[in-house]
Design a protein around this ligand. Structure first.
Ligand code: NCD
Length: 322
């Protein structure tokens, strides 16, 4: 067993992690620093600590997920917690139980942390008000996906040494993306400039009110940027058709070397996954190990989730002691 990395003295005074919008720059730096330390231990042969020994983490997923659920599960196991995975197929939701009934039932089993993903914006917050354990938002509708933005930030900081002053272009289906929203909040709080690039049908109305610069053209949006963050077309959240055809979408908005050529020569390519190759990103660009940080994002995902479980359960320990 390893000794877990120590968080700095700055306290993380949140019971839940529901969204980046609730966090200050100090909160974010605290999580990023601790994640960096976990990223280090995750590269060692012995990756495990007993920090969460005796704790129970429930992954409650009302939406499909491979990497986020696996990543939370691995993070909890590396800290020696007991982990239960519940997906909508195996739960009673199909039998007509409501979200809140499920929450109350699970709460009665005394979990320490609930990780919840739900297709409706706001559902995770609602659930957090009905339980007395810590709740982590694993993605709620098109609202927030805080651990994704945190893992993106750790990845950027490791590659570029900072967030402050960087220009980040988030491209594609902004309208339906919780990843875009959480990243916009985080990057701006940490002093980066954010651009969003999308066709008008996939751009939220009045997006400038979030403090970002909006572009409808990849060449203009990517000019001189430090980071290019691509998003999946989230068809499961679309009613009707938002793009004329996949072919045309790729031609105008798919990331290829030609479009990338206007960005800084060392611009980093990112994607939260799952990727649609040939739709929003060209396969060759996605697999360009020199420039693409996509695999590192997955690696940092585990470290960030370990840091979040660590910080939230420390608060539980303090509450137990009080
Ligand atoms: C993202 C999500 O679920 O919001 N994926 C993820 O967490 N790895 C983005 C997406 O589904 O496109």
């Amino acid at each position: 067993m390893n000794a877990p990395p120590k968080a700095s003295q700055t306290a993380f005074r949140h019971r839940n992690l529901l969204g980046i919008a609730d966090l200050s720059a100090d909160d974010i730096s605290l999580i990023l620093d601790l994640s960096d330390a976990y990223a280090q231990t995750n590269r060692e042969r012995r990756k495990k600590s007993d920090l969460l020994d005796g704790r129970t983490v429930i992954n409650l997923f009302f939406e499909n997920s491979t990497r986020t659920r696996t990543s939370f599960e691995l993070a909890a196991r590396r800290l020696s917690a007991d982990v239960i995975n519940m997906t909508v197929e195996t739960s009673s939701i199909k039998k007509g139980e409501t979200l809140l009934d499920t929450a109350i039932t699970l709460n009665a089993m005394h979990p320490d942390v609930l990780v919840v993903r739900h297709p409706e914006s706001g559902a995770v917050k609602l659930l957090s008000e009905k339980v007395n354990c810590a709740v982590i938002n694993g993605g709620d509708g098109a609202h927030e996906h805080p651990t994704q933005a945190l893992l993106d930030a750790v990845t950027i900081r490791r590659r570029k040494g900072r967030l402050q002053g960087l220009t980040v272009a988030i491209c594609g289906d902004i309208q339906h993306s919780r990843v875009a929203r959480s990243n916009i909040y985080l990057l701006q709080t940490m002093g980066a400039r954010v651009r969003v690039v999308a066709p008008p049908t996939l751009m939220p109305p009045q997006v400038e009110r979030l403090g970002v610069e909006a572009f409808w053209d990849m060449e203009k949006g990517l000019a001189d940027c430090d980071i290019v963050m691509m998003l999946r077309l989230q068809t499961e959240r679309m009613q009707g058709s938002y793009v004329p055809s996949i072919r045309e979408y790729f031609r105008f908005f798919g990331l290829d070397y030609h479009k990338l050529s206007v960005a800084k020569p060392d611009a980093l390519i990112m994607h939260p996954g799952p990727m649609n190759r040939g739709v929003e990103i060209d396969s060759e660009v996605a697999d360009d190990f020199g420039r693409s940080a996509i695999q590192e994002q997955v690696e940092m995902g585990v470290a960030v989730r370990m840091a979040c479980l660590d910080l939230l359960t420390r608060n539980l320990a303090e509450a137990d002691a009080a």
